[in-house]
Design a protein around this ligand. Structure first.
Ligand code: NDP
Length: 498
């Protein structure tokens, strides 16, 4: 048994740390070793309702929404500083709980700090508008106001970074939050809320609930006291969140799955681009919404590319994320690993060729964790399930194309539209493809880069709304027009007069 990170992780609501009314608890596991690393309280519907009521009261009565943008920015800057001061601890917790290699967890902590600072800076800048209208006496303006109580639900693949992406624009805009991390990976969120308490967010403004998605998460999506729900996770769960939100016509933003195409034309340097293809799929063990899980390779370089890709993929160092040499960690849970292994079986049954990988790694210590070999399928057809469905693991499917038109057609041939990429030395071709692929994020000669300034989100069944950038702040504000008549005169609409 390794060191325990927490003996009892609690929920934070109305400015207090509390246990679930039911007294239930849950074990949190290290996916690399199977060891219990924490016990956390297991909230239920009753608990989340208490948190929502506290948030409702804080929004309606505490004066938080009227605080100055400067004040909210100061709190967010202070939180960013606290995260930075505790960066090593947070990265370590993230690796122990999610499994990702430490260098990935460190990068996530940096991204969280940077996102908080970005929105802290943005909210003090002008974001209203005024208009010239047909009546010269009328001053027409648009102001942005907070939406209210936000239910925020994040998944297990980027627990800390997603928390910052959700919390920063929400709080910057003057909303209050009831925040739910995944039951699988709640540990960095608990630490984050401790830091928020230290920073001094007022009572009821930031609330953390723990527990299962199908109870606690579903209540956040359906409660009539919640004004907006923001969700990141799988498309099927996103669909149920959207349905649950209809009861009080909640604002909804969804960042869902993908099956993103990574298109490689024959005019590239194979040695360079092979590594980008590997980075596109094997970062986070393929558990990334924007993973380049479909690799489209042009005919002329297909054989050379595949051989280099196979050889280098077989050299990827899989292991415990705490080992500095590890290049790819385990999958997040036993159950998720089984799902990924099942997809590998489906791929074989569908007749695709297993180029490399395909096995759970069970030798020695590996057997205690959820390790799957980096896996590549070739000889696929567009109808195969492994080509159409999100596997969310280290499984790459390769598709072969001849022409630019064919590449674009294949790229768009799924229900998803989150991300995509093209690699070519022909600028015109790169831009044509970028404009034709129907996705919210597109890279040219790059993969996975995300910036605070640039909107993140999907077309088609990959989601609704955007995170990051000015667009991300817009998702947390209502837009109000105010028309101010500067010269009040009799209207003259009704003729009769007493
Ligand atoms: P989910 O989409 O089910 O989970 C994401 C978050 O939603 C978690 O916090 C979860 O809570 C919560 N949740 C679950 N059910 C509900 C519900 N009915 N109402 C509200 N919230 C809910 O992902 P899974 O973990 O089940 O993974 C399933 C698949 O989803 C993956 O295989 C992958 O394909 C995809 N996925 C995509 C992600 C992305 O970033 N696009 C992220 C994660 C998964 P809890 O975990 O506590 O149950």
């Amino acid at each position: 048994m390794g060191d325990m990170i927490r003996n009892l992780g609690k929920m934070y609501m109305n400015g207090e740390w509390v246990e679930a009314a039911s007294g239930k608890t849950r074990e949190v596991l290290n996916p690399a070793t199977g060891e219990v690393i924490a016990i956390v309280t297991e909230g239920g519907v009753e608990d989340v309702q208490r948190a929502i009521e506290a948030a409702r009261q804080a929004f309606d009565e505490s004066g938080w929404r009227e605080t100055s943008a400067r004040h909210r920015a100061d709190l967010l800057f202070a939180l960013a500083d606290k995260i930075q001061a505790n960066a090593d601890e947070l990265a370590r917790i993230e690796t122990l709980n999610n499994g990702k290699p430490l260098r990935e967890a460190e990068s996530d902590v940096d991204s969280a700090v940077s996102c908080l600072r970005y929105y802290a800076g943005m909210v003090t800048k002008p974001h209203g508008q005024t208009y010239e209208v047909s009546n010269p006496n009328m001053q027409a303006m648009v102001v942005r106001e907070p939406i209210g109580v936000c239910g925020q639900i994040v998944p297990w693949n980027f627990p800390l970074m997603m928390s910052a992406w959700k919390l920063a624009p929400c709080l910057a805009a003057g909303n209050v939050t009831v925040f739910k991390p995944s039951e699988t990976t709640p540990l960095t969120a608990i630490r984050l809320f401790e830091l928020m308490e230290e920073v001094g967010f007022p009572k009821g403004v930031v609330n953390l609930v723990l527990g299962e998605g199908k109870t606690v998460g579903a209540e956040l999506a359906s409660s009539h006291l919640v004004d907006k729900v923001a969700f990141t996770g799988g498309t099927e769960t996103g669909r149920s969140v959207m349905q649950a939100a209809t009861g009080n016509i909640k604002k909804v933003s969804l960042e869902l799955g993908g099956k993103s195409p990574n298109i490689v034309f024959a005019d590239v340097d194979v040695n360079v681009v092979v590594e980008y293809a590997m980075f596109g799929i094997f970062l986070g063990s393929g558990q990334v919404c924007s993973s380049g899980s479909r690799l489209l390779i042009q005919d002329d370089i297909y054989d050379a590319f595949i051989e280099e890709l196979r050889a280098r993929t077989a050299l990827i160092k899989v292991g415990n994320g705490m080992d500095p040499d590890t290049e790819m960690g385990p999958l997040v849970t036993r159950q998720h690993m089984q799902k990924v292994l099942h997809y590998i079986e489906i791929g074989k049954q569908e007749g695709a060729t297993l180029l490399t990988g395909g096995r759970q790694i069970v030798e020695g210590e590996f057997g205690k964790g959820n390790f799957v070999e980096p896996t590549i399928f070739t000889d696929t057809t567009p109808q195969m399930r492994i080509v159409q469905e999100e596997i969310f693991g280290p499984v790459l499917v390769v598709q072969r194309f001849k022409t630019e038109e064919e590449a674009i057609r294949l790229a768009n041939d799924t229900v998803y539209g989150l991300a995509g990429a093209v690699f070519t030395s022909d600028a015109g071709k790169a831009m044509r493809v970028a404009k034709q692929v129907r996705s919210g994020i597109f890279w040219i000669n790059a993969y996975h880069s995300a910036y605070d300034q640039a909107p993140w989100g999907g077309y088609k069944q990959s989601g609704i709304g955007r995170e990051l950038g000015t667009f991300g702040l817009d998702e947390y504000t209502e837009v109000k027009q105010i028309n101010f008549n500067t010269s009040l005169q009799p209207l003259g609409w009704f003729k009769g007069k007493q």
